[in-house]
Design a protein around this ligand. Structure first.
Ligand code: MSP
Length: 673
């Protein structure tokens, strides 16, 4: 069984933890928990990047020594990761002696291989990035593309790394490791960057002193990225010096282990180009994979200091708990793509998927049927006597668990959750179909026992598969099922692929609701408290979207004549809960030639009855089984005595009318944005 080593970037201590950095850390924790659950030797590393000119300046501004300053900035990170249930095995800080000596050892190895040499360097340097830029990378006015501030001209005698010698070696390495960078699109960007030819890299600074001294030339400090990247190895006790042997390094670095670096897309180049080149030069194996996730915006706005909309995780954890926040971030954002954090979405998923989808399922079965009909004890069933409907659910459950495992193996947490949530929906549907509350009223309990056991087993599988995402809630769920909390053991695969492990006779322990509802006004008050106070006037020029054509009064009037509506902002759009659903039933409403009555399955939101005024353009059978777009948060409305619980989206000009449908098979309930 190969070992698994997952890392987050080490965070700069000049910022406090926010949901962006929490996102990387949670993703790494979910992966680590998943691999531990599979019984694999697993190690999870995170830490802090504490050197560099920017930090030195910040410390001086605060009238502090750099070391005292970084020491004062570390506790909020430890506290945030603890509050978010992120269970790392090691926390590394680049100011620790154990790190410094390893960064110097990596340097010595690169010197020994002839890849480090001394020369003059003059360049355009961004203090924020701790990096030099070439003209073509800069924005107008010689501004750094990330910090939007002018770069400085810096001339100094420095050491260089012979990166130019690694163009072909890296390309050959990429060829041999086609999954080295994920997602694939980002790998293509990396490859084209390398294909253009690499330039040697300035590897030391003499202009400031807050860093690791260059071996043999202590008036220079090692370039902060060379220093920082080494953390992944120094935490394992590598690179080893002559005669040394680090067990951790041997166990958790290739070729023995699978190493996955989780990074944000902005720091991919450092990880996918520089880092493997340094390692190759030092005669060491590169990591197995670099996974670049996207960036989170907040209610459509970029998070930035000037906007004041950095969202710290603490208040959110207080409001909804660590598990819900972890779940939301992993569920709502496709790993690898940019995503938007919205408090409304967080609560919508809380009430819809977690409360109505999972919590109710547990409640309906354990707190009511098992308690009332079986005195709270798991009934005995003969697996060979199960009915087709039961077997179909068991089969689907196993399939969902297999898919979820594959997705987690491939570092696609949101897709794993899609598969797991399919089982939540299927189990709810199974309960609706089997109607255990009716069976409970019948004399013979044997059918009820089969149904109840099937649902309990499904809940057990869900609790384990969701444990990496929501460890606290899942342990609570297991407790209510009468089982012990999850306790991963090396060598023991606990992934729920097998059916029937819940022992008959287990005493269930129904407890309080897993995801208690917030009343509407309570939720609104919480959101109002949590919302960052955005000051749009302070948005920098570069962050402002290009002016839309409708902004000039003349153009606005002209476009309105074409039926265009006044501009809305992204927050207005975000209020619409647009979903993909599948038409399960379609029929004409008696005495109406216009109205069709549809039953639309919106996945986690359940099945809705929707009345659509499309009867003149569609026969009911045209829509059966079709996936369509639905506006799901309109208040219910009565038409011809029937309640419509949503609206079907359609395009048309009065003559033709076409119901909108996604052109790929996205999961039911997927949001449209
Ligand atoms: N210290 C370097 C990393 C060195 S790793 C050898 C660094 N630190 S950072 O604190 O600036 O950023 C750390 C991570 O946070 C990056 O992966 C970055 O992409 C991520 N994020 C910062 N803001 C983010 C969002 N708004 N959304 C998602 N991730 C974001 O870079």
């Amino acid at each position: 069984m190969s070992a698994f080593y997952v890392t987050t970037p080490i965070y700069y201590v000049n910022d406090r933890p926010h949901i962006g950095t929490a996102y990387s850390t949670i993703a790494a924790d979910v992966l680590a928990r998943y691999h531990r659950l599979r019984g694999e030797p697993t190690r999870f590393l995170t830490g802090l990047d504490e050197h560099g000119q920017k930090l030195e300046r910040r410390a001086r501004e605060m009238g502090m020594e750099p070391q005292a300053f970084v020491d004062s900035m570390a506790p909020p990170f430890l506290e945030a990761w603890r509050a978010l249930s992120c269970q790392y095995d090691d926390f590394i800080r680049t100011t620790e002696p154990r790190h410094k000596e390893r960064a110097q050892e990596l340097w010595r190895r690169c010197v020994a291989s002839g890849d480090i040499y001394e020369d003059d360097y003059e360049g355009l340097y961004c203090v924020g990035c701790e990096a030099y830029y070439t003209d073509k990378d800069l924005l107008e006015g010689n501004q750094c593309p990330i910090h939007k501030r002018p770069v400085e001209v810096l001339k100094e005698r420095t050491f260089f790394f012979r990166l130019s010698a690694y163009t072909d070696k890296l390309l050959a390495f990429y060829e041999k490791h086609p999954k080295f960078v994920q997602p694939e699109g980002r790998f293509n960007e990396v490859k084209s960057f390398v294909r253009e030819g690499l330039k040697d890299l300035s590897l030391s600074r003499g202009s400031f002193s807050w860093g690791i001294p260059v071996p043999g030339k202590p008036e220079h400090v090692i370039y902060v990225w060379f220093d920082a990247l080494t953390n992944y190895m120094s935490a394992l006790g590598g690179p080893e010096k002559a005669g040394e042997k680090s067990d951790l390094l041997r166990q958790f670095w290739p070729p023995e282990a699978r190493v996955v670096h989780i990074v944000g897309k902005d720091i991919l180049r450092f990880h996918a180009v520089y880092w493997p080149a340094f390692l190759m030069s030092a005669g060491l194996e590169p990591p197995t994979q670099v996974w670049a996730h996207g960036w989170l915006t907040v209610d459509g706005h970029k998070m930035s200091k000037s906007l004041g909309n950095f969202i710290p995780p603490g208040p959110l954890v207080e409001a909804v708990g660590a598990d819900v926040l972890r779940y939301y971030l992993m569920r709502d954002v496709a790993f690898g793509q940019d995503g938007d954090f919205s408090h409304e979405n967080l609560f919508a998923r809380y009430h819809g998927e977690l409360g109505n989808g999972l919590g109710n399922l547990l409640n309906r079965i354990v707190a009511s049927i098992v308690k009332n009909s079986f005195q709270g004890v798991v009934p005995e069933v003969d697996a060979s006597q199960l009915q087709e409907l039961d077997k179909a659910l068991v089969h689907k459950a196993q399939e969902c668990m297999r898919v979820a495992a594959r997705e987690l193996d491939e570092v696609r947490p949101n897709r794993a959750l899609d598969a797991i949530w399919e089982l939540v929906s299927l189990t709810n549907k199974y309960v609706d179909q089997t109607e255990p509350w009716k069976l409970a009223k019948q004399a013979d309990p044997s059918r009820l026992a089969q149904v109840v056991y099937t649902v309990l087993e499904s809940l057990r599988a869900l609790a384990i598969a969701l444990w990496p995402f929501m460890p606290g809630k899942c342990d609570e769920l297991l407790l209510q099922l009468g089982l012990d909390p999850v306790e991963p053991k090396q060598g023991q695969d606990l992934w729920p692929l097998r059916w029937g492990l819940l022992p008959a006779g287990t005493q269930t322990r129904p407890g309080k609701a897993l995801f208690p509802r917030f009343e509407k006004d309570q939720e609104a008050a919480l959101i109002a408290r949590l919302l960052p106070k955005v000051q749009p006037m302070e948005e920098t020029k570069a962050e402002k979207p290009a002016e839309s054509p409708a902004k000039s009064p003349a153009k606005a009037a002209a476009t309105r004549d074409l039926g265009a509506k006044p501009d809305v902002n992204i927050d207005d759009f975000g209020k619409l809960d647009l979903r993909v659903g599948e038409v399960k039933l379609a029929e004409r409403v008696p005495k109406s030639d216009k109205l069709l009555r549809l039953e639309v399955d919106l996945g986690p939101l359940g099945v809705r009855q929707i009345l659509a005024g499309i009867g003149k353009h569609y026969a009911p059978e045209d829509l059966l089984g079709k996936r369509i777009a639905v506006l799901a948060n309109l208040p219910p409305r009565k038409m011809m005595g029937l309640e419509s619980q949503g609206m079907v989206l359609a395009a048309g000009d009065g003559e033709v009318l076409s119901v909108m449908h996604p052109h790929k098979d996205v999961p039911l309930g997927s949001t449209i944005a």
